[in-house]
Ligand binder design. Structure first.
Ligand code: GLA
Length: 383
């Protein structure tokens, strides 16, 4: 939990609005250890919330307006809770989207004023938008006296993103930001939304490796993959690819066209790997988890085709390091970050070595984050 951000939003609140905020709310970004492009196939994912977060310092207002200052964007924004769907773009859309989705779900909202700041890198694939959505949802819940239910709130935030912001994402990012726990990854069944905490052994570090690349066309490629998965599910006569096991796939894969076959193979094998990885992590078999992460990368690269040269290179240089147990691209792909599971005692040398090797090979400066698994969205009442 970032004590520095906590102090900054509080101080800036005093300066801008006078007096003390009544609440501090925070929500984390995430990294996914394994299970990508499985959530919208009603399958399994194993993310953890990271110690990079969005913070809000807030106080209720008497009217139905929200006024927020963003320290990161050095920008003020205000909106009326009842002003419907007019879009303005930018970070404030996420706040408006959550307010809309809460009301639409029958949960009353109230106006507030506040200051926001965060340290989740934007556009890196670490779910800065989910962090902002959940920090906003946590704020509205606190201000309006609504009981905090992590799963319900994650669904509301996902709806905000799908229907208001217009991004067709699955449930993973919002749910881990809502329900993460310190020291743990979270196995999520994206159909039932049942979750199971899996302790991350002290012997390993989870290291995020940002390639420094971003890709603009993520949305259209993402939606195309979703459609290909739906085509495959129809072929097998099931509601989602979650319902096809590896043996059923093997028996009929020859009947599929080559692209649909590859997409389906990724999702079906990734679901199996994710369940195995959760079990092995719980048994402290970190080498086994690492091997599954390596396989997951190959599947995302060759079958799902959402990697790129920089991500492949990052994964290769990471794996060459002695302390590395496994590495893969993480999240939607096409750019952004890889994640590595690394022996704790070698973590610092790994971060330095991989950074240098990546720059030598690609000519780009990566960002490396040694991440601690942190708590999901929370609120602190100040009096
Ligand atoms: C993005 C989406 C998630 C998930 C991942 C891929 O992060 O927001 O819902 O589909 O891509 O695993």
């Amino acid at each position: 939990m970032s004590l520095e951000l906590r102090a900054r939003v509080r101080e800036e609140f005093r300066r801008r609005f006078g007096g003390e905020p009544s609440f501090l709310a925070r929500a984390p970004g995430r990294v996914n250890l394994i299970g990508d492009h499985t959530d919208y196939n009603e399958g399994f994912v194993l993310p953890m919330a990271i110690d990079r977060e969005v913070w809000l310092a807030v106080r209720a207002r008497a009217d139905r307006r929200v006024a927020v200052h963003s320290i990161d964007f050095d920008e003020d924004a205000t909106f009326a809770l009842d002003d419907g769907a007019a879009r303005r773009g930018g970070w404030v859309e996420y706040l408006r989207a959550v307010a809309w989705a809460l009301e639409d779900d029958g949960r009353p909202t109230r106006g507030w004023e506040g200051v926001a700041a965060g340290d989740v890198p934007v556009g890196a694939g670490l779910s800065s938008s989910a962090a902002l959505e959940l920090a906003t949802a946590r704020t509205f819940a606190a201000i309006s006296g609504v009981v905090w239910q992590p799963v319900a709130m994650a669904r509301i935030a996902q709806r905000a993103e799908n229907e208001f912001v217009g991004v067709n994402c699955g449930i993973m990012d919002q749910l881990i930001s809502a329900a993460g726990a310190a020291g743990h990854a979270l196995l999520i069944d994206c159909r039932s939304l049942e979750t199971q905490l899996v302790r991350i052994p002290d012997s390993v570090a989870v290291i995020v490796l940002d390639t420094g690349t971003r890709r603009g066309l993520v949305d259209s490629a993402y939606n195309e993959r979703r459609m290909q998965c739906e085509t495959a599910a129809r072929f097998f006569g099931v509601r989602a690819l979650r319902d096809v096991d590896v043996a059923t796939f093997a028996a009929r894969e020859a009947e599929l066209d080559p692209v649909t076959r590859k997409r389906a193979r990724h999702v079906i094998t990734e679901n199996a790997r994710t369940l195995d990885a959760a079990r092995l992590l719980g048994e402290n078999n970190v080498a086994g988890v690492g091997a599954l992460m390596d396989e997951s990368h190959a599947s995302l690269r060759d079958d799902f085709e959402v990697s790129r040269n920089e991500l492949d290179t990052m994964v290769e240089v990471a794996r060459k390091h002695d302390a590395c147990l496994g590495a893969r691209m993480t999240g939607a792909g096409f750019g952004g970050c890889a994640v590595a599971l690394v022996r704790r005692e070698g973590a610092a040398a790994f971060a330095r070595g991989v950074s240098q090797a990546y720059t030598e090979t690609i000519g780009l400066q990566p960002a490396v984050y040694v991440c601690a698994a942190s708590q999901g969205a929370s609120v602190e009442l100040l009096d």
